[in-house]
Write a protein that binds this ligand. Structure first.
Ligand code: AMP
Ligand code: GLY
Length: 423
C-alpha cells in the first residue's frame, strides 16, 4: 500500500517510524514532513491546510491510505475531503473532530452523558462572563472555545487576573476567533495523565499512559509550551484508575459521540486529572498527542497500519493492543527562547549517533535541509527518546543521548520524569 501522512513534527516522525515497520507499506509520503521524516518518507511541500492540493496529490499518486495527524486539518474536515475523493483515511471526520475543536461542545457532551469533568459555564459575551466572575470561586480556569495551539487556557488565581483574562480572550482576541466563545471552569488539583486510545466508532482500545511537561522551565516554571518532554507509563495510572476510566470515561465518550450522530474514528487523547474525587477529564484531543506519541508508539508491539485500518473499517474489536513491559522518556531539545522568540537555521550535528540503536530515537520536530545540511527550523527542534527497563533507566539513557546532538542555542529541561523518581 502507498500511504500519505499529513503533518511535519515530532509526532508525525514517530508515526512514520511506526508505520515504516509495517510490511504492507510499499511507499510512504509525508506532507510537508521534515528532515528526519525524509528517512522514511518522500516529503512533499504541501501545507496541512492546503486541502485541494493534498487531495489532488493523493489522487495523482493513487494513494491507498492517508493518515491525518494534526488538529487543524482534522477540525477543518480534511478526512471528509479525502472520503469524498474515495480515498480511505485515518482520523475523525469534521463532525467528530469537534470533540477537540470546541471546548464548549466537549463540556456539554460530558455534562449530558455524566462523564466526570470540572464544573463549568459557557459565555458568548464578555459582559456576562465578567458578571459571573463577581461571585465565582477562585482560582478559576478560562478557556477559549476553539483551537489555540494548546495555549488558549488561562489559570487565574484571583478575580483581577480572571477579569483581565476575559478581556484578553474575548475582547483583545489574544487567541483569535477561538475566543469568540469561552468556557469558565472550576480549578482542579491532582496529577495529570495523558491516555491515547484508538477508536473505530464503537470499540475503544487503550494505549499505555504517558505524562507531558508543558512548562518551558525546570520545576514547571515559565510559560506553557507545546510540550517539553514526556514519559510513559505514568506510575500514577494504576489498574484501579484504568478500570474507572474505562467504565466511566472512555467507553461512555465513544458511545456519547455515536448517540450524537458523530461517530468517532481515529485517536481520542484523554487529558485526565487524578483528583481527590477520582479521575476527571481536563480535555479531549481528537488526535495523537505531541510529544506523548514519541514515548507511546515506540513501546507498541502491534503493526500500526493494521490498527489504524481497523479504526477506519470498524473492526477494532478484532485487535488487542500490546505494549512492551518497559518505559520510555522523551526530552525535547528546543531553541533557546521558545516559546516566545528564537532563531532558526543552525546546523544540527551528531544525528548519525542514533543510527542502529534500537532503544534510542531522535524524532525531528522542527528541522529542514539547507545547502546539504540539516538545520534547526522551529522552536521545538528534536525529541530524544530512549527506552529502558524502568523509568529511571529510560531517563538516564535519554539524557545521555541529548549530548549526542548539537546545534546553536540548544535548550532543554533537565527534570523530565524526575518527579516520578522522587514520588
Ligand atoms: P487543556 O488545554 O484544557 O488541557 O489545558 C491545559 C492545561 O491547563 C492542562 O494540562 C492543565 O494543566 C491546566 N488545566 C486545564 N483545565 C484545568 C482545570 N479545570 N483545573 C486545573 N488545571 C487545569
Ligand atoms: N501534549 C499535549 C498535546 O498534544 O496537546
Amino acid at each position: 500500500m502507498d500511504v500519505l501522512v499529513i503533518g511535519g513534527g515530532g509526532r508525525e516522525h514517530a508515526i512514520c517510524n511506526g508505520l515504516s515497520k509495517s510490511k504492507k507499506i510499499t511507499k510512504m509520503y509525508c506532507a510537508p514532513g521534515n528532515a528526519g521524516i525524509a528517512e522514511f518518507a518522500e516529503c512533499v511541500p504541501i501545507g496541512v491546510m492546503e486541502f485541494d492540493k493534498l487531495v489532488a496529490f493523493a489522487k495523482e499518486k493513487a494513494i491507498d491510505y492517508v493518515v491525518v495527524a494534526p488538529d487543524d486539518p482534522l477540525a477543518g474536515g480534511l478526512v471528509d475531503e479525502f472520503e469524498k475523493a474515495g480515498i480511505r483515511s485515518f482520523g475523525p471526520r469534521k463532525n467528530a473532530a469537534i470533540l477537540e475543536g470546541s471546548k464548549a461542545f466537549s463540556k456539554d457532551l460530558m455534562k449530558k452523558y455524566n462523564i466526570p469533568t470540572a464544573q463549568y459555564d459557557t459565555f458568548d459575551d464578555a459582559e456576562a462572563a465578567l458578571a459571573y466572575l463577581e461571585t465565582a470561586k477562585m482560582p478559576i480556569v478560562l478557556k477559549a472555545d476553539g483551537l489555540a495551539l494548546g495555549k488558549g487556557v488561562l489559570i487565574c488565581k484571583d478575580k483581577e487576573e480572571a477579569k483581565a483574562g476575559v478581556k484578553e480572550i474575548m475582547e483583545d482576541k489574544k487567541f483569535g476567533s477561538a475566543g469568540n466563545r469561552m468556557v469558565v471552569e472550576e480549578f482542579m488539583t491532582g496529577r495529570e495523565v495523558s491516555v491515547l486510545t484508538f477508536v473505530d466508532g464503537k470499540t475503544i482500545r487503550v494505549m499505555t499512559s504517558a505524562q507531558d511537561h508543558k512548562r518551558a522551565g525546570d520545576g514547571d516554571t515559565g510559560l506553557n509550551t507545546g510540550g517539553m518532554g514526556t514519559f510513559s507509563p505514568s506510575p500514577f495510572y494504576t489498574e484501579e484508575v484504568d478500570k474507572f476510566c474505562r467504565e466511566k470515561i472512555y467507553q461512555p465518550t465513544v458511545d456519547a459521540m455515536r448517540a450524537e450522530g458523530r461517530e468517532f474514528r481515529g485517536v481520542i487523547f484523554f487529558g485526565l486529572m487524578l483528583t481527590e474525587d477520582g479521575p476527571k477529564v481536563l480535555e479531549y484531543n481528537a488526535r495523537f498527542g505531541d510529544p506523548e506519541t514519541q514515548v507511546v508508539l515506540p513501546r507498541m508491539k502491534n503493526d500500526l497500519l493494521e490498527v489504524m485500518e481497523a479504526c477506519t473499517d470498524g473492526t477494532l474489536d478484532k485487535i488487542e493492543l500490546e505494549f512492551e513491559d518497559n518505559a520510555a522518556v522523551c526530552v525535547v531539545l528546543a531553541s533557546d527562547g521558545y516559546p516566545v522568540k528564537y532563531e532558526k537555521g543552525y546546523e544540527i550535528t551528531g544525528l548519525e549517533n542514533f543510527k542502529g540503536k534500537d532503544d534510542y530515537f531522535c524524532f525531528h520536530a522542527g528541522s529542514a535541509f539547507k545547502d546539504g545540511k540539516i538545520v534547526t527550523n522551529g522552536g521545538r527542534v528534536l525529541g530524544v527518546t530512549a527506552k529502558g527497563a524502568t523509568l529511571k533507566e529510560a531517563r538516564a539513557k535519554a539524557y545521555d543521548a541529548t549530548e549526542w546532538v548539537s546545534f546553536g542555542n540548544k535548550y532543554m529541561r533537565h527534570d523530565i520524569g524526575k518527579a516520578i523518581d522522587e514520588a
